[in-house]
Design a binder for this molecule. Structure first.
Ligand SMILES: NC(=O)c1ccc[n+]([C@@H]2O[C@H](COP(=O)([O-])OP(=O)(O)OC[C@H]3O[C@@H](n4cnc5c(N)ncnc54)[C@H](OP(=O)(O)O)[C@@H]3O)[C@@H](O)[C@H]2O)c1
Length: 368
């Protein structure tokens, strides 16, 4: 049976990854982090719920290659669910040296650039490295591939995300989000090319139900870059994120972007805390995460629109579930290929959607 070490295995995302993996597969799980006690407590909880004593615990500090190399002996995959992109170099090289496969859910441009620079080495080593996994990054590319299965020709694919996590406790991952904002890119694909990374696009999107119509702003994700080449008929492609509260949108975000420009290193942590505080203070229900794609094109020589929603009340569940749905395809060998892959491009979309639904994600799709 595959042995998967989850770095950050008792964090918000890591706990759910462990639980869904135990429910959906026969994998053995090692929970790792800088608190052996917290890892042990959660491992005991899981072992009392799931048969077979499949969960163990280990002390690992991502800043220490020695602890990583020791922990990765007799492991098949390193699953990174910790906000440790500052140690990406150490973690990725430890995985390569230990000859294990790798998956991360992190959101950060430098980590992707590093992985990309090692893509040939990863492939030659016969390792399968999966990155940009989760819901965002992660789901947008998978949503485009799924839409393509419902159209014979795809002319446009516009995605939008409503993200309102309410009173979620503070996580160190806010620092990573600040790093993402520091390098924020907002390009969308129009006609025959991408707009400028600094030029924001906006549009109103109807999320239906309690959320309704929201103004959304463009956000570029690395997984979008190759889609126009994969679907050459695409004339328009973009990912948009919904407005939140006016105080957050018009006071806090400008403050954050200015702060990150003036004092990028010193201010990161403080600005992350301000954003977390403002979101928990000003956000109003509904607290949920919803992603939508509207893809236009042609089927049976007629113009059609394919519309699909992916929804969960808990943003951490919507991060963990797609990763586990991808891992199910990895564990049975369907998508385990040597090389560097982005989750949204690697998965087989129909099975991926079915498995996410089985794990509690709500999905609805219509073709008009
Ligand atoms: N792709 C997506 O859609 C998506 C969505 C949400 C979050 N994320 C990403 O998911 C990751 C985890 O976020 P989260 O909110 O779940 O974080 P979290 O709840 O703060 O959990 C972090 C976990 O990582 C461990 N950790 C932190 N620093 C470590 C280190 N140096 N060495 C070893 N373990 C360490 C923590 O334990 P100790 O502090 O005890 O070591 C804890 O178990 C972040 O990278 C975040 O950006 C992705």
């Amino acid at each position: 049976m595959a042995r998967i070490l989850i770095l950050g295995g008792y964090g918000f995302t890591g706990r759910l990854l462990a639980r869904h993996l135990l429910e959906q597969s026969e994998a053995q799980i090692i929970l790792a982090g800088r608190s052996l006690e917290k890892a042990q407590v959660y491992a005991e909880q899981l072992n009392s719920t799931f048969k077979g004593e499949r969960v163990s615990s280990l002390y690992v500090d991502a800043s220490s290659k020695k602890t990583l190399l020791e922990a990765l002996k007799n492991v098949d995959m390193l699953l990174v669910a910790a906000p440790t992109t500052q140690y990406a170099d150490i973690v990725i090289h430890a995985a390569l040296e230990s000859e294990v496969d790798y998956l991360d859910v992190q959101l950060e441009a430098k980590k992707y650039a590093l992985l990309n620079s090692l893509a040939t080495e990863i492939k030659h080593a016969g390792r399968c490295f999966i990155t940009e996994a989760g819901f965002h990054p992660g789901l947008p590319a998978a949503m485009v591939h799924n839409a393509a299965l419902h159209l014979e020709r795809m002319d446009s694919a516009i995605m939008a995300c409503y993200l309102n996590i309410g009173r979620t406790p503070y996580s160190e991952a806010m620092d990573e989000l600040m790093e993402f904002f520091r390098h924020y890119q907002a390009q969308v694909f129009k006609g025959d090319g991408w707009t400028r990374p600094g030029s924001f696009d906006s549009r109103k999107v109807d999320f239906g139900g309690e959320v309704g119509v929201r103004k959304c702003y463009s956000m570029f994700l690395e997984e979008l870059r190759s889609l126009p080449e994969m679907y050459p008929t695409l004339q328009e492609l973009g990912f948009f994120v919904s407005e939140t509260h006016w105080i957050v949108d018009w006071i806090i975000f400008p403050l954050i972007f200015a702060g990150l420009k003036i004092a990028p290193r010193r201010a990161t942590s403080r600005l992350g805390k301000i954003l977390w505080w403002s979101m928990k203070t000003f956000s109003k229900p509904p607290y949920l995460v919803s992603l939508k794609i509207e893809a236009k094109g042609e089927k049976y020589q007629k113009p059609v629109t394919f519309e699909s929603f992916i929804f969960h009340a808990d943003g951490y569940e919507l991060t963990a579930i797609p990763v586990v749905a991808c891992l199910l395809q990895y564990l049975d060998g369907t998508v385990r290929r040597p090389g560097l892959w982005m989750m949204g491009h690697l998965v087989e979309p129909l099975r991926f959607y079915n498995d996410m639904e089985k794990m509690g994600v709500k999905i609805s799709s219509t073709t008009i």
